[in-house]
Design a binder for this molecule. Structure first.
Ligand code: AHR
Length: 509
């Protein structure tokens, strides 16, 4: 059996565990909204038509912030279509996903869902086919207390209290040729600057996210961020990053190393932002909003959805069925986000229900947890306090894309207030188990509260409506503390593990 050593020092802290790292993304795409969170005829529907079974799963998933309503969808969206009496809302073509938008759900209904489920709402404005005026009108509708046509319209539509949305995305993926209204970095930088400045005239305290690259493979990656930030540095707070990973050419080894790309992506964007910071001689730091990330079998799906025609209401689109291997990668990407919490202070798993999602539903039928649900839910629940700089000494495997890839990746969080620590760790070795050793004496750890592992004999095992619990985390009985304060835990081949640890001084002990 292989072995690995993990080292942490409680004084060597990366950053607080920002709750916004556990955000998700809800787009009007396929059956994410219609048939996902909203299905009025369903036996489990609330009076507002929201699926209660989905709400229960979302609460268990532990998502914190929701980015809405797109995505590519937002670049063709008129938010006014989605307010007021439902019978007067227009049906529109959604050019992004070749479907029909009924507008049954709009910003008021979605804000109500967020209130019901305890999420912070993060809105995106349309800078693809609209502009400054549209953005500030939406802002007025959403955030102004009252006494104007738009804020009074919100009250008349059932919400006298403003929604108080602080985080706003200035468009979506404007670097991408597939984006409606796609433009050059220079054009977008100017438009984003004007929009941000106008939005700040209404509310100076907003947190604004400017579009970064749609992926590290984009031809303009790096230069896009530089040019856009040259225009916008003073008026925005975040630059966005988007990344999706999948197995290509049956190359599992490259796929399992996806987090190396994410780490490089973060470092590159942070460095680019800091370059502008230096040029401007400012103390202001731009952080990263990793507001779309996941495993997505995009190659397989895009051909189907980009084909003109279709134009259905809420078609089955991008309904990936996730494997154990996918869940290990998702768990690893969460480890990477935590490792970089000094710069990534907000993130959104894309998406939430049905479309590239941890939760699946059937119309009139069940809702269930995909494999990827589990690492997210446990990490959101257990990662508290601060992230500790986590060093892993382990073997490597050779990979054509990434060179020598560590077989083990891990991160440790520590919460001084409760005395709890947590270890999140993946074993990328598909053939061999690994025993991990972590010195927890300086964290004051005296007991193992919980140790769970997600693994399976079949790397491609999935959960389905018929077998929703085929792949679930199971207690890992190998986790134990030695008298000297060392934690040892054995990780099966291709697995994700979380260990929750307790210090004796914990009041709850
Ligand atoms: O999440 C699916 C799509 O991926 C989003 O609409 C878009 O922003 C990205 O390309």
């Amino acid at each position: 059996m292989a072995s690995a050593t993990i080292t942490v020092d409680p004084a060597d802290q990366v950053a607080p565990v920002h709750r916004r790292l556990f955000g998700a993304f809800v787009e009007h795409l396929g059956r994410c909204v219609y048939g996902g969170i909203y299905e009025p005829g369903h036996p489990a529907a609330t009076p507002e038509g929201f699926r209660q079974d989905v709400i229960d799963l979302v609460r268990e998933l532990g998502t914190t912030t929701i980015r809405y309503p797109g995505g590519n969808f937002v670049s063709g969206y008129c938010w006014e279509d989605g307010i007021g009496p439902r019978d007067r809302r227009p049906r529109r073509l959604d050019p992004a996903w070749h479907s029909i938008e009924t507008n049954e759900i709009g910003v008021d209904e979605f804000a109500a869902w967020c209130r019901l489920t305890g999420h912070e709402l993060m809105l995106a404005v349309n800078l693809g086919t609209r502009g400054v005026l549209d953005a500030i009108r939406l802002q007025e509708y959403v955030n102004h207390p009252g006494g104007t046509a738009l804020s009074d319209a919100r009250a008349a539509n059932g919400s006298p209290e403003p929604y108080g949305v602080t985080m706003w995305c200035l468009g979506n993926e404007m670097d991408a040729p597939w984006q409606l209204g796609h433009m050059s970095a220079d054009d977008y930088g100017k438009l984003a600057y004007r929009t941000a400045a106008a939005m700040r005239q209404l509310e100076p305290g907003l947190e604004l996210v400017v579009c970064g690259s749609s992926g590290s493979q984009m031809p303009t990656f790096g230069e896009w961020e530089r040019v856009v930030l040259e225009h916008c540095y003073d008026v925005v707070d975040y630059v966005s990053c988007h990344a999706y990973y999948e197995i290509r050419d049956h190359d599992l080894g490259t796929f399992l190393a996806s987090s190396l790309d994410m780490a490089r992506f973060i470092a590159t964007v942070a460095t680019t932002a800091d370059h502008i910071k230096a040029k401007r001689r400012t103390d202001k730091t731009i952080n990263l909003s990793f507001d779309e990330w996941n495993v997505w079998y995009v190659d397989e799906h895009m051909a189907a959805t980009q084909t003109p025609g279709g134009w259905e209401i809420a078609p089955r689109a991008l309904e990936d069925v996730y494997t154990l291997a996918d869940a290990v990668v998702v768990g690893n990407l969460l480890i990477t986000l935590l490792q970089h919490a000094d710069r990534v202070t907000s993130a959104s798993l894309a998406q939430l229900v049905n479309a590239i999602a941890p939760i699946r539903t059937e119309p009139g039928g069940p809702a269930w947890r995909q494999t990827t649900f589990h690492p997210f839910a446990h990490t959101s629940r257990l990662a508290r306090g601060v992230v500790l700089a986590t060093r892993v000494d382990c073997g490597t495997y050779a990979n054509a894309t990434y060179g020598e890839v560590p077989l083990v990746d891990a991160v440790v969080t520590h919460d001084e207030a409760t005395g709890r620590s947590a270890l999140f760790v993946v074993n990328r070795d598909t053939a061999q188990a690994t025993t991990v050793d972590l010195d927890v004496a300086r964290l004051g750890v005296t007991s193992v509260l919980e140790a769970v592992t997600l693994s399976d004999d079949d790397p491609f095992a999935v959960n389905t409506a018929e077998q929703p619990d085929r792949v679930v985390p199971r207690p890992n009985p190998t986790a134990h503390l030695s008298p000297g304060g060392r934690l040892s835990v054995t990780l099966p081949p291709l697995s994700w593990t979380a260990v929750s640890l307790l210090a004796a001084s914990d009041k709850e002990a």
